[in-house]
Write a protein that binds this ligand. Structure first.
Ligand code: G3P
Length: 215
């Protein structure tokens, strides 16, 4: 499974790139609003750091404006993927953009039918928001299961990005279901590697190593 970092923070991106496990980054307007750089500079810098696709969200609401905005965003760097919310205007724009070879990540997916329509419109990625469904007492991972099953039934090439990830369990469940990608906030990325027994084990080995005779 590919792992993306869900952030617009350059420090977090630099750090996780250095771990050697990062496949891409997803941003959204909320994440970009937390950073100090002007938007276009921020996107260029993120794209320069990341060895893979970087999702950048369009904020227009009409199809023709979404198309113009997406074309402009793609000029910023070759690895920009445009993020477009799934509604009728978004589907129209995705159809046009995908025909031009522009990769679209259809976002704010909360139902399997939205994912199916996004894939039919040519989206390269769909982003179901798992944590936000859990927040309203749904089982977000069921949505991922349904989307993965539908895409398999029809050999659809659209990749599923499990988004709105809140804890390591979400990532493990996504991997067991066979989702292509999980996009993970930095705090969760750190938790994916941490285990108290590993820390205790390292500490014990280091203590015992001091007692080993080297000559
Ligand atoms: O990037 C989209 C998504 O991951 C947002 O997550 O935590 O705001 O629901 P959250």
């Amino acid at each position: 499974m590919k792992l993306f970092l869900d952030t617009a923070n350059l420090q977090e991106i630099r750090e996780v790139v250095s771990w050697g496990i990062l496949d891409g980054v997803t941003t959204n307007p909320t994440l970009c609003s937390r950073e100090n750089l002007p938007f276009e500079d921020l996107v260029r810098e993120i794209c320069h750091l990341v060895p893979g696709p970087v999702s950048v969200e369009c904020v227009s609401t009409r199809a023709e404006d979404l198309v113009q905005e997406a074309r402009k965003l793609c000029q910023l760097a070759p690895n920009v993927v445009v993020k477009i919310p799934v509604n009728i205007e978004g589907l129209k724009a995705t159809k046009i953009l995908s025909a031009e070879g522009i990769k679209v990540n259809m976002t704010l997916i909360f139902s399997p039918s939205q994912a199916l329509l996004a894939a039919k419109a040519g989206a390269a990625f769909v982003s179901p928001f798992i944590g936000r469904l859990d927040d309203v007492s749904h089982h977000g991972m069921e949505l991922v299961e349904q989307i993965v099953a539908i895409f398999e039934n029809y050999n659809l090439e659209t990749e599923v990005i499990v988004a709105s990830v809140r804890h390591p369990g979400h990532v493990v469940e996504a991997a067991l279901i066979g989702a292509h990608i999980a996009t993970v906030p930095y705090s969760v990325m750190e938790k994916l590697v941490k285990h108290p027994l590993t820390d205790i084990g390292i500490e014990r080995f280091l203590q015992d190593w001091k007692k080993v005779s080297l000559k």
